[in-house]
Design a protein around this ligand. Structure first.
Ligand code: NAG
Ligand code: NAG
Ligand code: NAG
Length: 174
């Protein structure tokens, strides 16, 4: 009797896991550039999230970030000031812990990126498109870990611009 009611619970739960609604596309806060200045925008990547059929992640949502270049891992000390700089190349930056606050020299726009699930951004304000670049500080009392993943040939991934300013949490959690 008890076992039977347990199955009644478990079986639908497993079915649910395998058929979770997949969010359509990733929305990514991007440091872009226009008219020689860096900007902060919320981009929606064109590559859709699809249900993985790969062993180990089967049923999970997956999307491609494209071909990439040499990847680096950066451990930033607490309360580090990265100063004003350009993206050295077009790159994904995945903040896995800590906190990064990105601001612009000639604008009040800023983006606060928490390490973790919503810690993936794109930095595309290379020197040839932005004279001054952007400023990044890491105000956390803990270390901030960032993984830099350059895109191949500085390719900018296919996207649409959702709006100026960083993506909201609600735009990344669905
Ligand atoms: C833009 O910011 C730079 C660096 O902070 C500053 O030197 C420059 O005067 C600013 N330009 C304008 C138009 O505000
Ligand atoms: C800026 O430089 C990058 C890397 O060299 C290049 O891929 C990109 O096309 C350039 N952008 C412009 C607008 O010239
Ligand atoms: C991205 O934003 C769109 C439009 O607001 C939304 O439909 C979609 O679910 C968002 N994606 C994620 C992963 O939150």
């Amino acid at each position: 009797m008890r076992l039977a009611s347990l199955f009644i619970f478990i079986v639908p739960a497993l079915t649910l896991l395998n058929t979770l609604p997949v969010p359509s596309r990733l929305n990514i806060t991007t440091i872009a550039a226009a008219n020689g200045q860096s900007t902060i925008e919320c981009w929606q990547l064109s590559a859709p999230l699809v249900q993985s059929s790969q062993a180990g992640t089967s049923g999970a949502a997956v999307t491609q970030l494209g071909e990439t270049g040499a990847t680096s891992y950066t451990l930033l000390p607490p309360q580090f000031d990265g100063g004003l700089h350009n993206a050295p190349v077009v790159q994904w930056v995945s903040f896995v812990s800590g906190l990064a606050v990105i601001s612009l020299p000639n604008s009040t726009e800023s983006a606060t990126i928490h390490g973790g699930r919503n810690g993936l951004i794109l930095a595309a304000d290379t020197r040839n498109v932005s004279t001054l670049g952007h400023k990044t500080v890491y105000p956390s009392k803990e270390e901030t870990v960032g993984i830099q993943i350059p895109t191949r040939n500085n390719d900018i991934p296919a996207h649409t611009v959702l709006h100026a300013g960083p993506c909201d949490r609600e735009e990344m959690d669905q």
